[in-house]
Ligand binder design. Structure first.
Ligand code: PEP
Ligand code: MG
Length: 758
């Protein structure tokens, strides 16, 4: 057995008896410092506890007893305060030479040169400090520090049970010891939210640290390891892949660690020292975390992060606290914090209580983002280390519009936020008042304003915001949130209920846009699990649907049956060449004939549309237009292809503007050609949901939009305040000789002409 385990065990055996004794908390602490000093042959051993935000000397051997309950240090003050504030270890051969050293004469500590201290941690923050001191200037070795940390874990249990220190989770302690912070991330879904931080995978609080029976604890860890390996194996074997948030390469790393002998050995050693399974896992996790801080290599940091996640998973298994926060139920307004999430995981949450989401990862095109947008839940992404900066229970103000989260906000920050929130709500109420007024320009053009949807409940949004219908129903949502391929009957049920909810308003169903990054876990796409280099430009959407036509056939039948007796609008995604449209339409028509032969009730009318998302299609419009009933421009994909700029890449997110000559001229050409051919053309990408962009689109001739429901109000306000004729002229001029800043020019034009673009 290593020396650290031996000395820690010796101390723990002593502590076990102390903890079991009936003496009071103070008497226990007095005994504890004695046991530690003796076991470590230290002249001084002291315990400081955080009380009312200040570290108070609570027990000591070696320092003057008269200093007990008298010596106090603020967080960050002196060596003890530094340890507590940074939740990190200090090990110094010469204490006085440390820049933070604060001499306290009443303690008599001038006699002692060496100093080692470790934080006593509860719920990831320091509730006290345990330290030893020695007259000889010597550094404590690693094994001794290990032993101290192990003892500190046990102490944290004793202290928490006795209620001696500030409660680690109390909001006041939070504000004091961590202060408020502003975190900024990538805006994934705009909007504002207030709530309490809830971890998707809650941290486990360890209640018992000292083992009664070491062999039993060892057994518990073994079986937890076995379970964890099984879980990860099954996640990797595609069963959950895609619906869970983790990517393939993260799972691979998980797997590597799950089978890592070194990790399980270290946990075993910690059990040898007398800790329970939970405490041993946590001890090893803390040790890794300390090491992580000193690593400068981002790749290694990332790996450590994975290991941290896995430790948490192991802890959850061993302690039986398995559920996600969704399964345990949200108790109040919550801001969910997670490394990543799958769309299905997000949908498990109570929509009334889930107010916002913060992800360490995440991207604009991730399914979870699309689902959050559909649910109207503000979301921030790419906040690295958010789970270190935020504690469960922290009060958070999330400003999805600014891309910021204010954690443990100070009074003035909260006031400013509330003022902004009130202004936003007031505006929203003003927009709601526009529900029943038509989107007509000042010079009398009736614009068609529809909404994008994907979930059953979204269909209601048409009526809530006063839209003209659903211009893009993303049918893949149902597939993304299902654990298994939705059967034709359940597809049909969904389509029918959407049509019913829409009433007499049209719904445009887009056939499945899956594949590439929208992998379906249960759908073997044929080429093994080979990862695509460029999923957005990969084997997706219509390409996949035509190659594996079973899916499209089933979907076509479900759509035809659902729309029996009414109008059906079908649109195909990612059409790149006109023949692809023909082939897709043929598949639907075959299904129609099949139903007709069986005398089934058919839709009254079927309209076929194509999405223009691939620039190449713009060059063959003369071939395509005569075949189609409508055209819908998907600016999300189209612009990423035009600029060759991945729309999910954070570094490129702000680099190219939708309001650029290239995009506006390109779109104008399409709109003109389609209009000349008498084919209705609309825009269904995110671009159309922004007031200034939508105004520019109207200036190049767009009269149909399908946008996110919350944007209907502002866009309606813009439409009703603009003179279309004048706008078209302005765009003509701007695009004839584009200024370097089209956005600026358009904003000025809007201001001069009293057009609402706020
Ligand atoms: C688009 O690409 O603009 C679009 C509307 O489709 P999606 O965002 O679903 O790819
Ligand atoms: Mg698209």
């Amino acid at each position: 057995m290593p020396a650290s385990a031996a000395s820690a065990r010796e101390i723990l055996t002593g502590l076990h008896d102390v903890m079991a004794s009936r003496s009071g908390a103070q008497a226990k602490l007095n005994k504890v410092v004695k046991i530690i000093a003796e076991a470590m042959a230290s002249e001084v051993c002291s315990i400081y506890l955080l009380r009312d935000g200040v570290l108070e000397l609570f027990a000591t051997v070696g320092l003057n007893q008269s200093a007990v309950h008298v010596t106090k240090l603020g967080l960050g003050e002196g060596l003890v305060g530094t340890i507590a504030k940074q939740v990190s270890v200090l090990n110094l051969a010469e204490a006085a030479s440390h820049p933070e050293f604060a001499y306290r004469p009443e303690t008599g500590e001038e006699l002692f040169h060496s100093f080692a201290g470790v934080p006593i941690v509860r719920r990831e923050r320091a509730i006290g400090v345990l330290c030893v001191q020695h007259a000889d200037p010597r550094a404590y070795d690693e094994l001794e520090i290990e032993a101290l940390q192990t003892v500190a874990m046990v102490l944290s249990e004793l202290i928490a049970n006795a209620g001696l220190a500030d409660r680690a989770s109390s909001a006041s302690a939070n504000a004091r010891d961590q202060g408020s912070v502003r975190l900024s991330g990538l805006r994934l879904v705009t909007g504002m939210a207030v709530g309490v931080a809830v971890f998707h995978q809650p941290r486990v609080t360890i209640e018992h640290t000292v083992a009664e029976d070491i062999e039993a604890e060892r057994h518990r860890v073994y079986s937890a390891f076995r379970k964890m390996r099984e879980q990860i194996d099954s996640m990797t074997s595609l069963a959950e892949f895609g619906t869970a948030g983790e990517h393939h390469d993260i799972l691979e790393t998980y797997k590597m660690f799950a089978y890592d002998e070194g990790w399980s050995r270290r946990i075993n050693e910690a059990i040898d020292s007398g800790l329970t399974a939970e405490a041993a896992i946590e001890r090893v996790r803390q040790r890794m975390q300390t090491r992580m801080r000193d690593i400068d290599d981002p790749l290694l940091q990332e790996r450590m992060h994975d290991l941290d996640d896995l430790s948490n998973r192991l802890l959850r298994i061993v302690s039986g606290q398995l559920g996600t926060a969704a399964q345990m139920g949200l108790r109040g307004d919550a801001i969910l914090v997670a490394r990543n999430l799958g769309p299905a995981e997000l949908l498990e949450y109570d929509r009334r209580r889930l107010k916002g989401v913060i992800l360490e990862e995440g991207s604009l095109t991730a399914h979870v983002t699309i689902v959050a947008r559909a649910m109207g839940i503000p979301m921030l992404g790419r906040l690295r280390n958010v789970r270190q900066a935020v504690y469960e229970g922290d009060h958070i103000l999330l400003d999805g519009t600014e891309g910021a989260a204010f954690v443990r906000p100070s009074g003035p920050v909260e006031e400013a936020f509330k003022a902004k929130l009130a202004a936003t709500q007031k505006k929203r109420a003003e927009f709601a008042a526009l529900r029943d007024v038509p989107p007509v320009t000042r010079d009398g053009t009736r614009v068609t304003l529809m909404v994008n949807a994907g979930l059953r409940d979204d269909a209601e949004a048409i009526h809530m915001v006063g839209a003209d219908g659903i211009g893009l129903f993303r049918t893949e949502f149902q597939f993304l949130v299902s654990a298994a391929l939705p059967r034709r009957e359940s597809q049909q049920r969904l389509y029918r209920s959407v049509l019913e909810a829409a009433g007499d308003k049209p719904v445009i169903f887009r056939t499945l846009d899956v594949g590439g990054d929208k992998a379906l876990p249960y759908l073997q796409t044929g080429d093994g699990d080979e990862q695509e280099e460029n999923p957005a430009m990969g084997w997706r959407a219509l390409r996949l649907a035509l190659d594996r036509d079973g899916l499209l056939k089933a979907q076509a039948r479900a759509l035809l049956e659902a729309a029996a007796g009414r109008d059906l609008n079908i649109m195909f995604p990612m059409v790149s060449e006109p023949w692809e449209f023909d082939a897709a339409r043929d598949i639907v028509e075959q299904q129609r004939s099949w139903l007709a032969e069986r005398r089934k009730l058919l839709p009254a009318k079927i309209s076929y549309g194509a999405m223009l998302e691939v620039p190449a299609l713009a060059e063959t419009l003369d071939i395509l237009l005569p075949k189609i009933d409508f055209l819908s421009i998907g600016t999300n994909d189209l612009t990423q292809f035009l600029f060759a700029a991945d729309r999910a890449h954070p570094k490129l997110a702000e680099r190219y503007d939708w309001l650029s000559p290239a995009i506006l001229r390109f779109l104008r050409r399409i709109v003109r050609e389609a209009s000349a051919a008498g084919v209705p053309v609309g825009v269904c990408g995110e671009m159309g949901g922004r007031t200034l962009e939508a105004m520019a689109l109207m200036g190049i001739g767009v009269e149909r939009f399908s946008i996110t429901p919350v944007a209907v109000g502002p866009i309606k306000a813009m439409i009703r305040s603009v003179d279309r004729g004048a706008l078209i002229q302005a765009l003509e001029q701007i695009l004839a000789q584009p200024p370097s800043d089209i956005r600026g020019a358009l904003s000025r034009w809007a201001e001069e002409n009293d057009v609402f673009v706020g």
